[in-house]
Design a protein around this ligand. Structure first.
Ligand code: IMP
Ligand code: MG
Length: 373
């Protein structure tokens, strides 16, 4: 039975793989709207790379014994992990893992926590740097000052400082805060190990319109919308206005209901979309799990700014790893526009994904060595 199920699932994955290839061919000839995949899944976006779905399924099946289950069919999580593996395989096999960007909360550490020295993701990120990838931490957490980021990320930054990495490799790690607003690069010269990067070195031309006036107008509308929700739903929260964001958060120990969070995001987003200020510059209203923030810009801009800073890396050579991809009010979702993505559910899955990538890299190395030998 398991063998039969495996053969059938595997064939379906091959079919999906071919649908994606066909969709990419349509993308390249400007007719993506007419692909078979688009007809089957009208909400499908564009693909930066082909996805070896069959190989990826075989891999995940060997790990998760999907075909051996009798009552529970392949689930949402199974498919999410197959897609992550397929994306990683496609990048590693073609030596295209040039930039890896990570979300912070829930991706590298638990919600609201910090990246502490014992976090198992640290040696894996050092390995990526050692192998030539650039690294960006692209987080919504928005602080203007470098020491605040150090407080959240010190485990990783101290490990980079203490490592045997060449200086060139150390310079390949940056932190983008506030979605797309504040860029810092690693430096051995500061106690907080981070130095701000000059705007001219990373900002995109479109960001010229993010003027103080436009930012203020947008945040004013957002703040009023949030306060209105606080009032109508009697939310037990404080309002926090920052330079490039405005948010609401409850006092310690209080948990907001999912319905309240979602309603607040949807109302605020709608009001902003309809406002004049919201048409002038991009913004991102999202549900952070137990808080709501409206940020200037979004992660597509954050990832694109990192790509630009590292010399113009293409979307098909860049991977964003994050936890927020459910389209309504999820902030990593926008990164889909700028790069390939992997959707993880918790920090342990990020570690597993990086281990998969390392193993794929070794296999690829052996394959190439075999061909040369
Ligand atoms: P991320 O998962 O790394 O993108 O971080 C998201 C979390 O950062 C939110 O849920 C907030 O709790 C927190 N945060 C702190 N400052 C800001 C800000 O300025 N904008 C958005 N989120 C913020
Ligand atoms: Mg997150």
């Amino acid at each position: 039975m398991a063998v039969n199920a495996h053969t059938r699932y595997s064939q379906i994955m091959k079919d999906v793989e071919e649908l994606i290839l066909d969709h990419i061919a349509h993308q390249n000839s400007g007719t993506a709207h007419a692909s078979k995949l688009k007809l089957l899944v009208p909400s499908v976006g564009s693909f930066f790379t082909p996805l070896p779905m069959q190989d990826a399924f075989n891999y995940q099946d060997s790990k998760r014994c999907i075909s051996s289950r009798r009552f529970v069919p392949p689930s949402f999580n199974d498919i999410r992990l197959v897609l992550n593996t397929a994306q990683a395989m496609s990048l590693v096999r073609n030596s295209k893992l040039e930039l890896v960007t990570f979300d912070g909360d829930v991706t590298l550490y638990d919600d609201g926590e910090s990246l502490t020295p014992e976090n198992p993701v640290i040696p894996r990120i050092l390995d990526l740097l050692r192998n030539g990838s650039r690294i960006g931490i692209v987080t919504a957490a928005g602080y203007t000052e470098a020491p605040k980021y150090y407080e959240r990320l010190y485990g990783l930054l101290d490990a980079v400082a203490a490592s045997d990495l060449a200086e060139q490799a150390r310079n390949r790690i940056v932190v983008m805060g506030g979605e797309a607003n504040f860029l810092f690069t690693y430096t051995p010269d500061e106690a907080c190990r981070l130095a701000p990067v000059a705007k001219a070195d990373w900002q995109l031309p479109e960001m010229q319109s993010w003027t103080e006036e436009n930012v203020k107008a947008l945040l004013d509308v957002a703040e009023a919308a949030l306060k209105d929700c606080v009032h109508t739903m009697q939310l037990p929260v404080s309002v926090l206005r920052k330079e490039r964001a405005v948010g609401i958060y409850p006092s310690k120990g209080i948990k907001l209901a999912r319905e309240q969070l979602e309603e607040t995001v949807l109302v605020t987003q709608r009001i902003l979309e309809l406002s004049e200020a919201g048409k002038r510059i991009p913004f991102c209203a999202f549900n952070g799990g137990n808080d709501i923030f409206v940020d200037i810009g979004d992660k597509s801009w954050g990832v694109m700014a990192c790509q630009r800073y590292f010399g113009g890396i293409e979307g098909g050579r860049s991977l964003h790893v994050g936890d927020q991809f459910l389209s309504a009010g999820a902030n990593d979702f926008k990164a889909r526009l700028a790069s390939t993505t992997a959707w993880i559910a918790n920090p342990a899955e990020t570690v597993l994904l990086l281990d998969e990538i390392a193993a794929m890299g070794r296999e690829e190395g052996e394959r190439v060595a075999g061909m040369v030998g």
